[in-house]
Design a protein around this ligand. Structure first.
Ligand code: NI
Length: 224
């Protein structure tokens, strides 16, 4: 699980909120399978609405400018971002996201789930995203514009929102590297190379060699 700060700056958050807050929302179960409908209580922007598409483009462009997102996710495909909101005790009970996501002709295997927070934590109570992992459950509630990336295979839930409204963007990523452990090792290696490179210079022979090893591992493990 990884928090990615400042995917959207304050201005971009305000822009996205301006677009989506003015739009028509629908029951979050309008497009859900019957099992999700048992645990899901929220509202969503219809995928095909102009507002969702316009705001989604802003999120996608921001993701493309985030080296941390690219290094951690090694994205092959990103589902066009969707938007949801919770208020008045709404919640999403424990579930695991569907493996395959489709949008028209577009189809991806969900390797990573992402939530981009669009409300500041002081503006609502509850609404923590709880993600269960090998080391127990972790609660996530980030400032507006920050994003969390977590394995789509994890069981997770959203706690009831008891005050205010929790607005977020959510989407799935198919990674070029399907295996989570391999992806994690590449991410850690990339981070170490960046840190060492800053210390000894990017042109240092060992840094150049390590970067080559990173790419050779990526070549072994990635499907483009
Ligand atoms: Ni989910």
């Amino acid at each position: 699980m990884l928090a990615i700060p400042d995917v959207l700056g304050a201005e971009a958050v305000a822009q996205v909120r301006g677009i989506i807050d003015a739009a028509e929302w629908q029951d979050g179960n309008a497009t859900s399978g019957h099992q999700a409908a048992l645990v899901k209580r929220n509202e969503q922007l219809p995928d095909d609405s102009a507002a969702a598409q316009q705001a989604g483009r802003i999120v996608l462009e921001a993701l493309g400018r985030s080296p941390l997102f690219i290094s951690a996710a090694l994205p092959a495909k990103v589902l066009p971002p969707m938007f949801n909101r919770y208020a008045g005790g709404q919640a999403y009970g424990p579930h695991i996201d569907n493996a395959i996501r489709t949008r028209g002709e577009f189809r991806l295997r969900a390797d990573l789930s992402a939530t981009l927070f669009l409300t500041d934590p002081q503006d609502y109570d509850g609404g923590d995203l709880i993600v269960e992992g090998t080391f127990g459950a972790q609660a996530v509630k980030l400032p507006a514009g920050h994003m969390v990336l977590y394995p789509a295979s994890s069981r997770h839930r959203v706690e009831p929102v008891t005050r205010g409204t929790r607005v977020a963007s959510f989407f799935w990523v198919e990674s070029m590297v399907r295996d989570g452990e391999a992806r994690r090792a590449l991410f850690e290696m990339d981070r170490s190379i960046q840190v060492l490179g800053a210390r000894v210079g990017q042109g240092d022979t060992a840094i150049v060699e390590l970067t080559g090893v990173y790419h050779n591992l990526l070549r072994r493990w990635a499907n483009s």
